[in-house]
Write a protein that binds this ligand. Structure first.
Ligand SMILES: CC(C)(COP(=O)(O)OP(=O)(O)OC[C@H]1O[C@@H](n2cnc3c(N)ncnc32)[C@H](O)[C@@H]1OP(=O)(O)O)[C@@H](O)C(=O)NCCC(=O)NCCS
Length: 162
């Protein structure tokens, strides 16, 4: 398995890793409407321009590749509430279910953290899925509030100091 930077030719595969993983792993955390809204944002046919812009606005986008197939993705960006702060958002971290618990997510997270540190970042925040709370806890993230409902999806806000 190799991790490399995202390139524009990866767009379709990147999006399908997120869609497939969310539907298979996180479905119980969302209402039907929440799931539909999430999937429609990730519809390449109708939303390609918006998706491309999100990648352009990100500070690091990485993909884990196994035999030419993308099996995991990570995306990180400045905390848009205040671009001047040293705060970053982990916006996507998804590994295809059949590759879970083989260290792919941990390696993707570490590469994203390394990139934030190189940029002088001092914290990473995320809206963890309920499923991923033990994973983020293992990597030093702490809960900052209780579970929240964001657009029909249950999420756990978490933060890691660097
Ligand atoms: C969260 C996710 C990215 C982790 O990816 P992964 O490749 O399975 O993670 P790793 O194999 O690197 O796991 C590292 C450690 O985290 C912990 N961990 C990972 N998944 C866990 C789980 N489901 N339950 C408990 N602990 C878990 C374990 O300590 C694990 O080490 P171990 O396997 O030696 O016990 C993956 O489960 C995923 O894509 N989930 C669905 C999407 C999601 O919820 N993403 C987060 C969105 S914010």
């Amino acid at each position: 398995m190799k991790i490399r930077k995202y390139k524009s030719a990866d767009l379709e595969q990147y999006v399908s890793v997120v869609r497939e993983t969310y539907q298979k792993t996180n479905a119980r955390e969302a209402t039907r409407a929440g799931m539909d809204a999430f999937l429609s944002l990730l519809d390449v046919k109708t939303n390609r321009k918006r998706i491309e812009k999100v990648f352009q606005d990100s500070t690091y986008v990485g993909v884990a590749v196994e035999q030419k197939k993308i099996v995991g993705v990570v995306r990180i960006m400045h905390n848009l509430r205040n671009k001047d702060t040293k705060s970053y958002w982990l916006s996507n971290l998804f590994v295809l279910p059949s590759y879970h618990r083989h260290g792919v997510g941990g390696q993707l997270l570490q590469i994203a953290i390394d990139d934030v540190e190189k940029r002088g970042g001092r914290e990473i925040k995320c809206m963890s899925s309920i499923y991923a709370i033990p994973f983020y806890t293992k990597y030093g993230f702490k809960k900052t509030t209780g579970v929240r409902n964001v657009g029909g999806k249950r999420v756990q806000p978490m933060r890691k100091s660097l």
